[in-house]
Design a protein around this ligand. Structure first.
Ligand code: S6P
Ligand code: ZN
Length: 196
């Protein structure tokens, strides 16, 4: 197999846009109605069919690598908003080929939920400059719980592949709601700390 070519791109931290870049994921509410619990709120919002999130990759002279051993880097912007009491979020997925992933916050405020097949859940807040390692085997979903676009960078195995089936079937074991005192996990999750 021919060696992949080096790629160079500039990131706009506030928007996630890459130069040169291209849109690789666009999800509107109609693409993910089953994600939200409040069916009446979904039905009411479907008229506008809001753009929930987009993802971007850089565009080089060659294709995005797909071979094992190579890496892909991708930005995601989740727009601010709610459907009922749930914030705009990604669909969430598993990697087909067990492989880890590094997330880094670029703008806004969000949270990530990670879940093992055993049901064990971990959550973490993501703010600009914070890195989260998602080990192999953990399903993951990100959520914008702030009032601005939540932008993050993800770096992962080019051969990872994305499987949305398990998340569609069993969802995640915790949901993040807009509560009177701010974002609230149900069931409650430990507060994230970066302190040792
Ligand atoms: C890829 C990485 C992210 C997501 C993106 C969209 O492994 O985790 O780039 O693809 O945030 O989320 P989703 O669940 O629609 O793929
Ligand atoms: Zn992933």
């Amino acid at each position: 197999m021919a060696a992949a070519s080096p790629l160079v791109a500039d990131l706009e931290w506030a928007t996630g846009l890459m130069h040169p870049g291209r849109v690789v994921v666009t999800r509107r509410l109609s693409d993910m109605v089953e994600t939200y619990e409040d069916e009446a709120a979904v039905a009411a919002a479907l008229g506008d069919d809001p753009l929930i999130y987009e993802a971007y990759e850089c565009e080089g002279e060659s294709e995005t690598p797909t071979a094992p051993g190579e890496l892909v880097f991708r930005t995601t912007v989740i727009y601010p908003g709610t459907i009922g009491d749930e914030y705009f979020m990604t669909y969430g997925h598993d990697h087909v080929r067990p492989s880890g992933e590094v997330y880094m916050g670029l703008a806004g405020h969000g949270q990530i939920i990670m879940q093992l097949q055993s049901g064990e859940v971990q959550t973490a807040e993501i703010v600009p400059g914070r890195c989260v390692y998602v080990p192999a085997g953990w399903s993951h979903r990100t959520i914008n719980d702030g009032g601005e676009p939540f932008v993050f960078l993800a770096v992962y195995d080019a051969a990872a592949g994305h499987d949305y089936g398990a998340v569609a079937t069993r969802g995640f074991a915790a949901r993040l709601y807009r509560g009177p005192a701010g974002p609230q996990w149900s069931p409650p999750q430990p507060t994230t700390s970066t302190a040792a």
